[in-house]
Design a protein around this ligand. Structure first.
Ligand SMILES: [Zn+2]
Length: 393
């Protein structure tokens, strides 16, 4: 199926009408979606797929009955919740249009069978950590399949036999899309399936999906899409699935200016998910051309060039310096704390800053006198405006 561009631009303009407004911010775990799942279960098929280490349920939504099977999962890393919000936005859109004659939805559900796991690592989500309850990174467990959550995923892969997998993650604020001072608001990867990173039909198929999603995103996020390094690691889910011949696209929801709640990138992740489903229907059974590689390689590779804040012209040890600050996240029960930590004190910053502050108007520099790398940066107030401080989401 081919969905026209105006459909996507309308989705963005009407987003507030269907987005899943019950979900917000960074902390997203089972208890927060319990009611929501119950509500959605009146409209959509929901299934218990298995349990986590700490016996939390791993659920899936099952939609459509078409010949092309697409498996989607999110929050394999428990603290990466943006794509889970995007998944619920998609499910909300489906629910809203289910009993209408929405042509796109009718066609989509005729062409695909979709299985969506919003939270693959519910224990990690509960504790806001990347790892599962046994402290294992589930995205390094594909070969061993030692953890119950990994076993749930791979038993689904075996029984469902997907034509396409969408492996949805979130990334830190440090990434730029290439060498330019723009954040990688969304990044993608078509993982290698061999050590020599050779390109085969399976990789080309996921590249072609990424290219199509990138083309769409360029209309809304120009230059802000990146591509991950494709160093091979058989323990990673995408690399492993590619080695078995199943095209798998890695999504990474990243940073947009001031969007620490990840509410803006959530919208573009939703859009990317929708586009990937469309593209999955269009060519998954067809041969993909080698040109997909050229277009894929044109997407700039992610670089770690950003800090959150660069403070310029601040007196440290009586000399004017530039200070680079990264927010370090901490789980504080009901909130996520963002603590400003000094990562660089230099004459000239080697980083780009999402926020750049000129401190030359600062009247009292004294509390920054002994500042060192690794310190928490004290609150920065210039003319009664606070520019840097610890905050919570
Ligand atoms: Zn991740």
């Amino acid at each position: 199926m081919i969905i026209p561009f105006h459909f996507y631009s309308n989705l963005l303009s009407n987003y507030e009408q269907f987005k899943c407004s019950q979900l917000f911010g960074r902390l997203l775990f089972e208890e927060k979606i319990h009611e929501l799942n119950h509500e959605l279960s009146h409209h959509l098929s929901i299934k218990n797929e298995g349990n986590s280490v700490e016996s939390r349920i791993i659920t899936s939504f099952n939609l459509g009955d078409g010949p092309i099977k697409i498996l989607v999962w999110s929050q394999m890393h428990g603290n990466e919740s943006t794509s889970t919000k995007a998944i619920y936005d998609f499910l909300s859109w489906v629910k809203l249009n289910l009993n209408t004659s929405n042509k796109v939805l009718v066609e989509l559900l005729q062409q695909v069978t979709l299985k969506i796991i919003p939270i693959l690592n519910p224990d990690g989500a509960f504790k806001y950590t990347r790892f599962n309850a046994n402290n294992v990174d589930l995205n390094r467990d594909a070969k061993l399949q030692s953890q119950p959550e990994t076993q749930v995923l791979f038993s689904i892969v075996e029984s469902f036999q997907p034509h396409l997998c969408l492996n949805m993650h979130g990334q830190r604020t440090i990434f730029s899309a290439g060498l330019n001072p723009v954040p990688a608001t969304l990044s993608f990867l078509s993982a290698s399936s061999t050590k020599d990173r050779s390109v085969n039909e399976t990789r080309l198929k996921s590249m072609a999906i990424i290219n199509g999603v990138n083309d769409l995103l360029q209309n809304f996020l120009p230059e802000q899409v990146g591509r991950y390094n494709d160093a091979f690691n058989m323990n990673c889910t995408g690399d492993y699935l590619h080695s078995t011949g199943i095209p798998t696209v890695l999504f990474e929801s990243g940073h947009f200016a001031d969007d620490y709640e990840r509410e803006i990138v959530r919208k573009y992740t939703f859009l990317s998910l929708f586009k990937a489903l469309e593209l999955g229907t269009a060519f998954i059974e067809k041969e993909t051309h080698i040109e997909a590689l050229d277009d894929y390689n044109k997407i700039p590779e992610n670089q770690e060039l950003f800090v959150d804040v660069v403070v310029e012209k601040i007196k440290v040890g009586d000399v004017l310096k530039t200070v680079g600050i990264k927010y370090e996240e901490s789980f504080e029960g009901d909130d996520i704390g963002f603590n400003p930590i000094v990562v660089e004190i230099a004459d000239k910053s080697t980083y780009y800053g999402h926020t750049i502050i000129d401190a030359s108007q600062l009247s009292n520099h004294s509390k920054f006198n002994d500042l060192q790398v690794g310190d928490e940066f004290p609150e920065l107030k210039i003319n009664e405006n606070v520019f840097v401080k610890k905050f919570k989401i």
